[in-house]
Design a protein around this ligand. Sequence first.
Ligand code: ZN
Length: 161
Amino acid sequence: MKISKHSVGIIHYTLKGDDGEVLDSSVGQEPLAYLQGHGNLIAGLEKDLVGKEAGDKFQSTVAPKEGYGEYDKGLEMEVPKSQFDGDADINVGMQFQAQIGERPQVFTVTEVEGDKIKINGNHALAGETLHFDVEVVEVRKATKEELEHGHVHGPHGHHHH
Ligand code: ZN
């Protein structure tokens, strides 16, 4: 069975940056189960998975615009501490969500200097070309419930309800 819209793909992947550094990998852990065509994976990788079947191994190179976006200088901001909740403790590395335009954006605190807080709304991998080594472990049909939820259930999927 080949991967197409609405199929469940179970894959092993290793993600490397442009300099060859391994950024993330499922190898040695549970493979990743995802639902094709529901935005579970970044667009560029999902596109390259179409038509693949169990046993296929391939490389996928994903440009920023189909990955985590171009780096946006405009998302580096400085805000006064008074913008944060009361006496919340603000530390470097903290993440929070803010509404920018029409979509929520995750910001990370990058610097705390007295009353000035520097934040950055770029994904840590924004602007990076991503290099995936992928191995397709299994392909199956999604259940009706998985399609309704837009994600995979079962042993390799996430658990909730
Ligand atoms: Zn669910």
